[in-house]
Ligand binder design. Structure first.
Ligand SMILES: Cc1ncc(COP(=O)(O)O)c(C=O)c1O
Length: 517
């Protein structure tokens, strides 16, 4: 099976079963049902500590704070673990703000990111004492007004969109075509051009109740290499230097570099991303060309081609957290002073989302049906009780997660199949992947589903969403219960004129009135 054992994480194979920490995943399905999301508490803690250590070692100038992206995994229990580890939070909405505050995250280390921010969101953020990361020209007036109304000083940072001109490799983000990273990053909505940052900075420096504390950037996971990070940091340092000079020698107290680091078993898969459409284009071209040879010959040739198509999850490990930490801090420490920025006492902030949560979670699903076609083409379907609609975060980015059959973790592949989900769509969770001898009842573990997946599940086909279980050593507890059908319809309202008249209750048998004696 493709699962890579070289990574020091929460997963292991023991006597043919997949374990997450000290829990047998097959037992987890027996106890909590199928399908389920499972998250490792210890892996979250280990990831936070590694991020902190890796960046702090390279940043002796000031404190390092880790602000994990709440969007990747905002359940209250998980936010609680992060708060307990001393993390801040990158939040995008009032809901994520509530999750972070309820978990006990120190508001000074909450970065209120994103556009647009509505007035209620700005007010709540200021009331809580969070940092607002300004990402549009329009929001400054709203911040100033809210600060006035509340009688507080707004602590803000400015989000810059540096031009990463030194990195023109193809971005992994865009499946539709070979777009260079620098252009893809410029096209993304986040961040402001340097001229706007300077203009906003000048205005803020003249305001009594809005205080500029630093800068922010985030480009996202365009490329897994540390080279990409070196170029981002060079561009960011140059932009910060220019803004500080234009603001008359402004000294930032906080520099936030955002997130976008790849997870070790990086699920971005160039094979599926880019060649699947080409494979099908080739097949359809060939199919048309073979029309003249008769149906039997056409299927014989098509079957041979389909037999040869196999998809493998990406097997190239991404750089380690330590390698990312060293690349970023080394470059910033070289470049910022070159651009006239004094680093003394500057807090460095990092906002990992996928790299914080990805390898903390797995999804367990059970094989329900098998379909085996031998004619006119050979095709195997393994049908499981989950759906791609519970992985939309990853599907959107064309992820192909590594996988292992949890009750057959040592079994070698004997063939290939499409692993298919339960919705009415094609639901090809895994197209043409190697599989061992599969039987109904086997448990499939989809690996590295801890970021962006559970939080983007939908109710397509009116399906109630699955539970999430937190594993702590050998203990396991539900942290988000499975939905019921009642939950699915909870928001529905039938207007008066569409209501169906309640059928009258069935007539009761008329009992004879007892006569008085
Ligand atoms: C502002 C900000 N910070 C951090 C992140 C986390 O990104 P990733 O999950 O790629 O690390 C995001 C994700 O979109 C973001 O928008």
């Amino acid at each position: 099976m493709p699962m890579q054992n070289r990574i020091d994480d929460c997963l292991s194979r023991r006597d043919g079963h997949l374990f997450i920490e000290e829990c047998d995943t097959v037992d987890l399905v027996r106890t909590f049902g199928s399908p389920i999301f499972v998250v490792s508490e210890d892996q979250i803690r280990r990831n936070v500590r590694r991020f902190h250590r890796a960046f702090q070692e390279g940043w002796p100038d000031g404190e390092v704070k880790i602000l994990p992206a709440a969007k990747a995994s905002w359940s209250l229990a998980i936010q609680r673990i992060l708060a307990d580890e001393g993390c801040g939070a990158d939040i995008y909405s009032t809901g994520e703000l509530s999750a972070a505050l309820q978990a006990g995250v120190n508001p000074q280390f909450i970065s209120v990111n994103g556009v647009p921010k509505d007035d209620a969101h700005i007010q709540r953020s200021l009331q809580a004492g969070a940092r607002i990361t300004i990402d549009s020209v329009e929001e400054l007036d709203a911040i100033q007004k809210a600060a006035n109304d509340l009688g507080v000083t707004a602590m803000v940072r400015l989000r810059i969109k540096p031009t990463v001109s030194g990195f023109t490799d193809r971005t992994d983000f865009v499946a539709e075509g070979p777009v260079p990273t620098d252009l893809a990053a410029l096209a993304y909505k986040g961040g402001l051009p340097v001229e706007d940052v300077i203009a906003l900075g000048r205005r803020i420096l003249g305001m009594g109740n809005v205080h500029l504390v630093g800068f922010h950037q985030h480009h996202g996971r365009h490329h897994a290499s540390t080279r990409y990070w070196v170029e981002q940091m060079k561009a960011y340092a140059a932009a910060i230097g220019e803004v500080c000079r234009e603001l008359g020698g402004f000294r930032p107290r906080e520099i936030d570099i955002g997130g976008g680091f790849a997870i070790p078993r990086d699920p971005f898969n160039k094979a599926t991303n880019y060649t699947e459409p080409a494979q099908f284009a080739l097949l359809s071209g060939l199919s048309m060309g073979l029309e003249g040879f008769g149906t039997a010959a056409r299927y014989t040739i098509m079957a041979r081609i389909i037999d040869r198509l196999v998809t493998h999850p990406n097997t190239t490990l991404a750089p380690t957290i330590e390698e990312y930490g060293a690349a970023c801090t080394r470059t910033l420490r070289e470049e910022l002073p070159r651009h006239g920025v004094d680093l003394h006492g500057v807090m460095l902030q990092v906002e990992p989302g996928r790299a914080m949560h990805g390898n903390t979670g797995i999804h367990l699903t059970t094989v329900r049906n098998l379909k085996r076609m031998t004619s006119p083409i050979r095709y195997n379907h393994v049908i499981v009780d989950t759906t791609e609609f519970w992985f939309t975060g990853g599907r959107y980015e064309h992820h192909l997660h590594d996988y292992v059959f949890a009750n057959k973790a040592d079994a070698l592949p004997v063939g290939k199949a499409d692993i298919i989900g339960r919705s009415c769509y094609g639901d090809r969770l895994y197209p043409f992947v190697p599989v061992p001898k599969v039987e109904v009842g086997d448990v499939l573990a989809m690996l590295d589903t801890g970021a962006y997946q559970e939080v983007s599940t939908s109710n397509f086909n009116a399906m109630p969403r699955p539970a999430t279980v937190l594993v702590t050593g050998s203990r396991a507890a539900v942290i988000r219960r499975a939905e019921t059908e009642e939950d699915v319809f909870r928001r529905d309202v039938i207007p008066e004129h569409l209501r169906v008249e309640q059928a009258p209750p069935p007539a009761r048998a008329v009992r004879p009135t007892p006569r008085s004696p």
